[in-house]
Design a protein around this ligand. Structure first.
Ligand SMILES: Cc1cc2nc3c(=O)[nH]c(=O)nc-3n(C[C@H](O)[C@H](O)[C@H](O)COP(=O)(O)OP(=O)(O)OC[C@H]3O[C@@H](n4cnc5c(N)ncnc54)[C@H](O)[C@@H]3O)c2cc1C
Length: 285
């Protein structure tokens, strides 16, 4: 992790520092630089940069300026997310259930309880959002039952939200001197917990490519070519693999015997030790 800290030092040393309250207005680019027109402290400012990186989420303003379209593949699922205090400790264990009705429930260990990500078909439980958002303890009770109360009674902590899920990826290449990272570049179903990881991998590859380039030009086309070249196979196939996995889990997608075979395969994988460790290492940053 050493070079992350070093990179941050470089950011802080940049003469203009870090601006936090900026209104982005317009962006244009050429082969030599990118111009960003912004409002800072109520003043219009024109920033000239060798490289602009948009890490501004799924609705990326930077991406929108480039005119590069995204393909949005909607899932027939919504996510319900929230944080809950639990009666019993999770013991540092994450739980995940793949249900026959296609629901995917994840309980992620947090310092004082669990973070829940419930990918589900909008049903009676969540179609009435207002009722749920106004009575989060009701959903806490429902969720504790989901895992047969293995963590005891639950108490709502915060962060309850419900929103539709989709996969998203770029339809064409970006102009030179502009990069996108994280959800601005691609969005995946949260079932594998890889969205943030993909963004961090991209950030690391970008830093490494800039450091490997002998000239002081972080937006040089050599750098984006190097990043593409260094993309791992896991990185390239991950969004599609996650998408395929979600589809395989949906009811009616596979005949019953195949579903049983898949369940058998997963149990085998879970107990495989060595294979499980290798795959975990492949998908970790
Ligand atoms: C339900 C759910 C569960 C998930 N679970 C996991 C998990 O377990 N593990 C995992 O790795 N990933 C997970 N993810 C994915 C992960 O949350 C995202 O991939 C990650 O947050 C993307 O980070 P980002 O920085 O690219 O985008 P964001 O987190 O969206 O951050 C973008 C930031 O840019 C800011 N911004 C946008 N526009 C502007 C502007 N014009 N000016 C100033 N600021 C701006 C936004 O305010 C925001 O703070 C999950 C996602 C979902 C939906």
């Amino acid at each position: 992790m050493h070079h992350w800290g070093q990179s941050l030092e470089h950011v802080q040393m940049y003469p203009q520092g870090v601006w936090t309250s900026v209104v982005l207005e317009h962006m244009e680019w050429s082969a030599e630089h990118v111009s960003l027109h912004v409002q800072h402290a109520m003043q219009p400012v024109n920033i000239q940069a060798k490289l602009v990186i948009g890490a501004d989420g799924a609705q990326s303003w930077v991406r929108e300026q480039t005119g590069v379209a995204v393909e949005v593949v909607p899932y027939a699922h919504h996510a319900l997310v929230g944080c809950f205090e639990t009666e019993h400790s999770h013991g540092g264990i994450a739980y995940q259930w793949f249900k026959k009705n296609g629901d995917i429930m994840a309980w992620l260990p947090m310092p004082h309880g669990v973070g829940v990500v419930w990918s589900h078909t909008p049903s009676e439980i969540t179609s009435d959002r207002t009722t749920i958002l106004n009575d989060p303890q009701r959903i806490a009770d429902e969720l504790s039952q989901y895992g047969h109360q293995r963590l005891g009674q639950w108490r709502y902590q915060g962060g309850l939200a419900i929103f539709p899920l989709s996969m998203q990826y770029l339809k064409s290449a970006l102009p030179s001197r502009i990069m996108l990272m994280g959800d601005a570049r691609q969005r995946v179903h949260p079932l594998a917990g890889q969205g943030l990881n993909l963004g961090l991998i991209e950030a690391r590859q970008c830093v490494e490519a800039i450091q490997a380039f002998p000239l002081n030009d972080p937006g040089h086309p050599w750098i984006s070519a190097r990043i593409t070249q260094k993309e791992s196979l896991a990185q390239r196939v991950m969004p599609w693999g996650i998408d395929a996995f979600w589809r395989m889990n949906q009811p009616g997608c596979m005949p019953q015997p195949f579903q049983k075979l898949l369940g058998f395969g997963w149990r085998g994988f879970h107990q495989s030790g060595m294979l499980k460790r290798v795959v975990s290492r492949m998908i970790s940053i």
